[in-house]
Design a binder for this molecule. Sequence first.
Ligand SMILES: [Zn+2]
Length: 413
Amino acid sequence: MSSPLPCRFCGTPLAHTLVDLGRQPLANSYLTAEALAAGTEQSYPLHARVCHACFLVQVDDVVPAEAIFAADYAYFCSYSASWVEHARRYAEAMAERLALGPESLVVEVASNDGYLLQHFVAMDVPVLGVEPAAGTAEAARARGVPTDVAFFNEATAVALAARGVRADLMAANNVLAHVPDISAFVAGFPHVLKPDGVLTFEFPHLLNLIEQVQFDTIYHEHFSYLSLGTVALIFADAGLRVWDVEELPTHGGSLRVYGCHAHDDRQQTAAVTRVLAAEDAAGLRSLATYERFQSRAELLKDDLLVFLIEEKRRGRRVAAYGAAAKGNTFLNFAGVRPDLLRYVCDAAPSKIGKYLPGSHIPILPPSHLREDRPDVVLILPWNIRDEVSAQLAFIREWGGRFATAVPALSVVA
Ligand SMILES: [Zn+2]
């Protein structure tokens, strides 16, 4: 038997499972008809563990980096209207709170196509994006957002600092959970941050994953699942500290953590104390909480399977909506195939005509629902359930009902 893997933050051997989701293909590797026929789909163990020293929840790093790159086709954040709006509100709030102006500098790490920094540019606040994908960096420059093509880490940060780059605000939103070497990533920030500068990180909150059994937010490219308590440890290790936090509704419940240099004399806000206390009350610093999770995830899986089988036996037809990563983790854990779930509808032209990884369920345009008139539409991205059920309200014309499987099976007319 091989020795346990070390924690990707503190190095402690990982001895405790959060949830073992079996072998799964990459959650974003949608298949063309040709790829499906070729039968060459790869799958990898998807096993989340918790470190008993720092309580970082993490998935085993078992997928070759080139396979992740091949699956993560260039994603342009600007294609999502709700993300651009989230970014605009962020930029306005930060410009006001930190009194940013023409003498300031905002640096965003993993700045994508400039969807966020463009809002600072519009307010005459100088910006610099750091983005590893050349194609998205080019799109950012085309909209007037200066962007370096680089992976951000301590070495990159030292090079930026040597060039005189000093930031009043550094943003890394929805990046922290996706970097394999979390310590080297965070260690870069103190080099670029001005002595009184502020950084903000956004990430899905582990508290919601645990409390609402969001096991389907676990996938191979999402390396770390973070609580405020663990982020505070990671910050301290890098010479930083947490001084404020906000709770956001994005991704089923996220945190926006505000950091500064450890020596900065900013007051820590009451929100930090409140969120840390909520994490303690939910048992996030107790191993027993994590050890119960596998059976809670299996209960949700079993409930969905029983429901799908019962509907089939009664001659009712079930379709799904939303070809999202989280749906793939759930369907593949449950072993759902097209005999139980005939197709999934999605509005993204890049996905229509393809097949979900693992389950091989075909992806059809939303208009197909009107032709097929299914009895039930299972909404896979439960975090946008209200938005989807409003868009698809027409299924009620033929008595169609909506179902979601997280945090518990729910079927509503
Ligand atoms: Zn650890």
